[in-house]
Design a protein around this ligand. Structure first.
Ligand SMILES: [Ca+2]
Ligand SMILES: [Ca+2]
Length: 212
């Protein structure tokens, strides 16, 4: 009897291993938000609108526009694709209907040779779904050009979030503006009910065979 139970336990252990592999393969679905589906213009999303991609929505506290540094204004610090540009001391807020992790983003200064205040840094605040927050400041290189104007930043500890806030930071009192592109997030997928159901049937079948 004990030997039979041991066999069942060993088989169950193998099955749990299989479940783990299947569940792990479902973890960390990555999503890149690049704003390239927007027709870039000075009025796109400026002042009163927002940008939505899948479960994610970007909004602002003042104004932003979806612009392309190659086609809209080559004085913008960009990467030749469409990016979001925060204007007038505007904080860009990103929310999602699903809990997510921030992997990283591309950020840059806004203007070259205009009397606008550009950011020296971008501050990111992540609000945990379970409560509390995390803050990280990413320093810009203060080089503004349309080809390589954006830097790639990697976030650390931004896991299990419900909301993100991107804000420009400058050294003196100013109206810091910044650009934002290629926001990379990941989600920890819940194991699929169909997979669990199938594995449950397999486990029951195996136990029946063992009990014969
Ligand atoms: Ca882009
Ligand atoms: Ca730069």
């Amino acid at each position: 009897m004990n030997a039979s139970i041991n066999k069942i336990c060993k088989s169950a252990g193998k099955l749990i291993g299989l479940i783990s592999i299947l569940v792990i393969s479902n973890v960390a679905n990555a999503t890149l938000i690049n704003f390239d589906d927007v027709t870039a213009s000075w009025t796109a999303y400026a002042n009163s609108s927002m940008y939505t991609s899948g479960n994610v929505t970007f909004s602002h506290s003042g104004s932003f526009a979806a612009l392309n540094s190659s086609t809209n204004d080559d004085r913008l610090s960009g990467n030749t694709t469409t990016a979001l540009y925060s204007f007038n001391n505007s904080t860009i807020t990103m929310s999602s209907t699903e809990t997510f992790n921030l992997v990283g983003f591309d950020g840059g200064e806004t203007w070259d040779n205009l009397p606008h205040a550009w950011s020296n840094s971008i501050q990111v605040i992540g609000y945990f779904a379970a409560g509390g927050s995390i803050t990280q400041v990413f320093d810009l290189d203060t080089i503004k050009d349309e080809i390589n104007g954006l830097q790639t930043f990697t976030a650390s500890g931004f896991t299990g979030l419900s909301l993100l806030e991107f804000s420009g930071v400058c050294l003196t009192v100013c109206n810091p503006e910044f650009s934002l592109d290629n926001v990379s997030i990941s989600s920890v997928a819940v194991s699929e009910p169909a997979t669990i159901g199938l594995l449950g049937i397999m486990l029951l079948t195996m136990l029946r065979i063992r009990s014969r």
